[in-house]
Design a protein around this ligand. Structure first.
Ligand SMILES: CC(=O)N[C@H](C=O)[C@@H](O)[C@H](O)[C@H](O)COP(=O)(O)O
Length: 227
């Protein structure tokens, strides 16, 4: 198992992301979010863009899972879609690169080509496969990803509405049985109780984003509860 994954076993990773259209969009603020996550006991950070990651790395010494979200015409793949984004992440010295590993059409290189190119150019970085189905998890495992994450469950056209926690984490449990790589629970793990259940279901670690780092989302949960 890759050293960075050993550090995350049974632990919390906090995703610190605010896109351009979000109120906290700022590398400085994401660095502070990462510091808050560290002070709270997080064991890793997931973050978007070279700029945010450089700021986070200058603020905390936690391992960083990096992504670059960028949209390309003619493809629904937007999480680290091409080698251009991989090169940017390596300029920020990330510990792990996460990328869309769904069966959706990619803008340039195929998934297999990307994995081969990364292993060749950047042999020490860990690779996380963001998937939406069991089939995609199995394919990512075959391609040799270091870990597989449920990040995109509910976010592909063919899984819309689904969550990795549905039916007592049935999908996550199936993935854990079917692949040799560690499976990470990510996406809508919105409460501490749910995060704990994910570990019980066999997840290697849990990535939590919006429920910790998107105040507009947190506010909405309170407002809706009062209606
Ligand atoms: C689908 C997609 O683009 N997910 C992104 C992946 O990096 C982030 O926007 C999420 O915040 C992250 O996966 C954590 O999930 P949640 O915020 O639900 O805890």
């Amino acid at each position: 198992m890759h050293a960075v994954l050993k550090k995350m076993k049974n632990k919390l990773v906090v995703s610190c992301q605010a896109l351009e259209e979000e109120p906290l969009h700022s590398s400085f603020i994401m660095g502070r979010m990462a510091l808050a996550a560290k002070q709270g006991g997080a064991s890793g950070i997931r973050a978007n863009s070279k700029e945010d990651i450089l700021e986070i790395k200058s603020t905390v010494d936690l391992p960083v899972i990096g992504i670059v979200k960028r949209h390309y015409p003619g493809s629904d793949v937007y999480i680290t879609a091409t080698m251009t984004e991989v090169d940017e992440l390596m300029e920020a010295n990330v510990d792990m690169i996460a990328m869309d590993a769904t069966k959706q059409k990619r803008p340039k290189q195929s998934l297999a080509e990307m994995v081969a190119a990364i292993r060749n150019q950047y042999p020490s970085v860990a690779l996380m496969a963001d998937v939406s189905t069991l089939e995609e998890a199995i394919e990512a495992d075959r391609l040799g990803f270091d870990c597989i994450s449920t990040t995109l469950v509910g976010y592909t056209a063919y899984t819309a509405g689904a969550s990795a926690s549905d039916n007592d984490f049935a999908l996550l449990k199936e993935m854990v049985q079917a692949v040799k790589a560690p499976v990470i629970a990510e996406g809508k793990m919105n409460t501490p109780a749910l995060a704990k259940c994910a570990l019980k279901a066999g997840a290697h670690s849990v990535v939590v984003g919006g429920a910790i780092t998107r105040p507009q989302q947190i506010t909405k949960t309170f407002v809706e509860a009062l209606q």
